[in-house]
Design a protein. Structure first.
Length: 255
C-alpha cells in the first residue's frame, strides 16, 4: 500500500469526481490519502469527504501562508473549532514570499501560533515553504523547545537546509511529481542523500503531475510513478520505497 500524504481532492478541479478519484487511487494501490487544508472555506468539504471515507481519507487543519491576510487572527480562531474532528496534522502552514510580502510579519506570527498549537495537541506539522528559507529556519530554531515534528511539503530546499532544520525538530521531506521532471534541479540529489526513513510520498493533486503526465491534472493514483522515480534515484527496489514510505507516514501522522 502507498500513502499520499498531501493532496487536495476537494479542489474545484475535482468537483463532482471526488469518489471516482478516490476509487482510482485505491485501484492503484494508494490506500490512504491526507487532505491538506488552507483556510476556513475549505474545511466543510474536506471534513465531509473524510467522514465518508474513514480510514482512507484523513484531514489536516491549518492556515496556508498565502491565505494570511487582514483577518488572519479570526481564521486561526475558527480553525480551532475543527479540532474535535481529529485532524492528523496542522497543515498546510508555513511561509511564502514568492508573490507578495504584504503580510510577511503576519505570516511569521501565524506560523509561530500554529507551531504552538501543534505542540500542544501533539500533532505533526505539514510545511509549505517558498522563498522564505532563512526566516523559516530562524523560527524553527526559536521553536525548538516545542519538540516539533513534521514534513516539508514539496521539498525544494537543499540537503544542508534539511540537516540544519533537523537540529531543531524531527523533519521528513515530502516528495512529489517534481522529482520526475528534467528540470528538478537539486531535488534528485536531496532524495539520494536523505534517508528513506525520512521521505514521504505526495502528489499535491491536482498540481504537479509526474512524468509522463506532466501538464495534466494530477491525482493520488499517480503516487506509484513518484515512488518508482525515488527507487530509481536510490537504486533500490520499488517495494522497499513502498513499504518504508508507508511506514513513515503511518508513524508520523498516527494513521
Amino acid at each position: 500500500m502507498f500513502i499520499d500524504t498531501h493532496t487536495h481532492i476537494t479542489d474545484e478541479a475535482f468537483r463532482g469526481e471526488e469518489e471516482a478519484v478516490i476509487g482510482r487511487a485505491l485501484q492503484a494501490g494508494v490506500g490512504k490519502m491526507i487532505l491538506a487544508d488552507i483556510c476556513s472555506a475549505e474545511r466543510p468539504p474536506v471534513f465531509g469527504l473524510c467522514r465518508k471515507h474513514p480510514g482512507v481519507v484523513y484531514p489536516m487543519v491549518g492556515l496556508h501562508p498565502e491565505n494570511v491576510s487582514e483577518n488572519w487572527q479570526e481564521e486561526l480562531s475558527e480553525l480551532e473549532r475543527w479540532l474535535p474532528e481529529h485532524p492528523v496534522a496542522v497543515g498546510e502552514i508555513g511561509l511564502d514570499y514568492h508573490w507578495d510580502v504584504t503580510f510577511k510579519a503576519q505570516q511569521k506570527e501565524a506560523l509561530r501560533i500554529q507551531f504552538e498549537l501543534a505542540s500542544r495537541l501533539n500533532l505533526p506539522v505539514n510545511i509549505h515553504l517558498r522563498d522564505a528559507t532563512e526566516d523559516f529556519v530562524a523560527i524553527a530554531k526559536d521553536c525548538a523547545h516545542l519538540g516539533l515534528r513534521g514534513n516539508l511539503h514539496a521539498c525544494s530546499g537543499s540537503f544542508e537546509t534539511w540537516l540544519q532544520l533537523c537540529r531543531y525538530g524531527e523533519w521528513s521531506i515530502g516528495v512529489g511529481g517534481v522529482v520526475t521532471f528534467k528540470n528538478a534541479h537539486q531535488l534528485p540529489e536531496v532524495v539520494m542523500k536523505v534517508p528513506l526513513e525520512k521521505i514521504l510520498l505526495e502528489t499535491d493533486a491536482p498540481y504537479m503531475a509526474p512524468v509522463p503526465l506532466r501538464g495534466k491534472r494530477n491525482e493520488p493514483s499517480n503516487i506509484p510513478l513518484i515512488a518508482a522515480k525515488i527507487a530509481e534515484i536510490k537504486g533500490i527496489p520499488l517495494q522497499e520505497v513502498e513499504e518504508t514510505t508507508t511506514r513513515n507516514a503511518i508513524q508520523l501522522f498516527q494513521l
